[in-house]
Design a protein around this ligand. Structure first.
Ligand code: ADP
Ligand code: MG
Length: 458
């Protein structure tokens, strides 16, 4: 049961922010599953309320997907587990659920956090369990070099790549390594979103000095998904000063993004130029060999043995996202833990087909494609449908037509129609031009890849 719950949590973690996740799912466990009713034990009434009120739908959905469609009911039961962290109680669950109202005044426990958690680090992500392949070797080497010589090799290091390809993993691994070697080092990991929120809150409460002191005393500042700084002028300004202060003192800065600095829309020029000061390393899609190696490593971590045939099958089916590779593996394992049978190629196929059909079931409408592409290039729908021949508009317009053909299987006349009533020959021309250009234009290839991800992930 414990392993099963851990896999459910791994799946849930994907849809929640990490901070929420650790707060609410610490010390929870599945204690029983019978007649469609799952009992989840929780450490206190506070957690019970939150899980019930905020996460119930997510939990139910995930349980149904991963364990069985038969799951109909979830009871959140307050129960103290023997040790901290995830654990399963071996005691039979108490008979009645403790009424929420009676226990609501229980004090809120301090969330115990170790030194790693205080820095925003998750011990799951280390260099040791990162699989190096051709797609990420440069980024990996740069991260290792930095962890050894903070502030003295590349500063900043800017890592970019598509969703689920290991950016956060590497960023976190740097932090862990530095702390493992010298626990006095001040490491701060946070997402761009957290940085922004913190900044806004501190400004509001007049504690800007505290904010500055907090960030400017770091030895290592790790900011994840910096592309979200786009359009936030106040935050850009503050980040600029933080950056300068740290850089001047030779303190290390590492940033990640889903795209290269130049492709971040509405980024102030002075920030752009700083992002390009040090080293820029990209992570590309892993090849089949690397994907298989990653699956193998995950299996070893879970002391699980799967035949080469199954591993190759999964690695062939899932190509764009390491997180999805892990997800497929988790599902397979969860599925078989229920009845104790061993995974087979057949069952892997079944489970994966439900996964892939889920991802593509929602067929894309032209409106969605247009919205995602214009959003990506930070242009308006009106302009892209309009008549202007500015390059800034022409390329996205052609990409939309290309994607409508490739992903949406639209006819050329329909494509022309959707693009503000253009002729079908324009659509043909656009499709052919982008197809050709994709064979040699690396930047365009990256962009189209990122857009595709957005089409299917969002
Ligand atoms: P990103 O931040 O780029 O979206 P993550 O770092 O969150 O991606 O990676 C997604 C998942 O895939 C994580 O669980 C991570 O541990 C795993 N992962 C990605 N790349 C690798 C790799 N090369 N070796 C091992 N695990 C990986
Ligand atoms: Mg990430």
């Amino acid at each position: 049961m414990q392993q099963l719950w851990e896999r459910v949590l791994a799946e849930l973690e994907l849809s929640l922010s990490r901070a929420n996740f650790t707060t609410w799912f610490k010390q929870t466990a599945i204690t029983s599953f019978a007649d469609g009713c799952i009992v989840i034990s929780v450490p206190n009434a506070f957690t019970q309320t939150w899980l019930k009120k905020k996460y119930h739908t997510d939990i139910l959905k995930t349980l149904r997907q991963m364990i069985s469609e038969e799951v109909r009911e979830i009871v959140y039961k307050i129960e103290l587990l023997p040790s901290g962290g995830l654990a399963v109680s071996s005691r039979p669950a108490p008979q009645k659920e403790i009424a929420l109202e009676n226990t609501q005044r229980e004090p809120i426990p301090a969330v115990s956090s170790g030194p790693l958690e205080e820095c925003g680090l998750n011990q799951k992500y280390t260099f040791n369990n990162f699989v190096v392949g051709k797609n990420n070797e440069l980024a990996y080497a740069a991260c290792r070099a930095i962890a050894q010589k903070l502030g003295r090799v590349y500063n900043p290091l800017f890592i970019y790549g598509g969703v689920g390809l290991g950016k956060t993993h590497l960023l976190q691994a740097i932090g862990q390594q530095v702390i493992a070697e010298d626990s006095q080092k001040r490491v701060r990991y946070l997402t761009c979103e957290q940085f922004t929120n913190d900044f806004i809150q501190m400004v509001r409460s007049g504690r800007i000095k505290e904010f500055k002191d907090n960030y400017r005393t770091a030895d290592l500042l790790l900011i994840d998904d910096i592309q979200f700084i786009t359009g936030k002028e106040g935050t850009q300004e503050e980040f600029f000063h933080t950056f300068n202060a740290l850089h001047q003192m030779n303190k290390q800065i590492v940033l990640t993004s889903d795209r290269p600095p130049k492709a971040i829309p509405a980024l102030e020029h002075r920030l752009l130029s700083r992002f390009e000061w040090g080293m820029i390393a990209d992570i590309a899609l892993p090849d089949l060999e690397t994907r298989t190696a990653i699956l193998q490593a995950k299996c070893e971590e879970m002391s699980l043995s799967l035949s080469q045939e199954i591993l190759t099958y999964i690695a062939t089916e899932i190509q764009h996202n390491v997180r999805e590779l892990e997800g497929a593996l988790n599902r397979l394992v969860a599925f078989h833990q229920l009845d104790g049978s061993a995974p087979t190629l057949e069952s892997a196929k079944n489970i994966l087909s439900s996964l892939t059909s889920r991802a593509t079931r929602r067929s894309l409408t032209p409106k969605q494609v247009i919205a995602i592409v214009t959003n990506f290039y930070d242009i308006t729908i009106e302009n892209v449908l309009g008549a202007s021949r500015k390059k800034k508009l022409v390329v996205p317009r052609q990409i939309i037509m290309y994607l409508l053909r490739e992903e949406g299987q639209c006819s050329y006349p329909t494509i022309g129609q959707e693009l503000g009533g253009r002729d079908h020959t324009t659509a043909i021309h656009a499709y052919e031009k982008i197809s050709r250009e994709l064979t040699f234009n690396e930047r365009l290839r990256q962009e189209v890849m990122l857009i595709r991800e957005k089409l299917y992930v969002s």
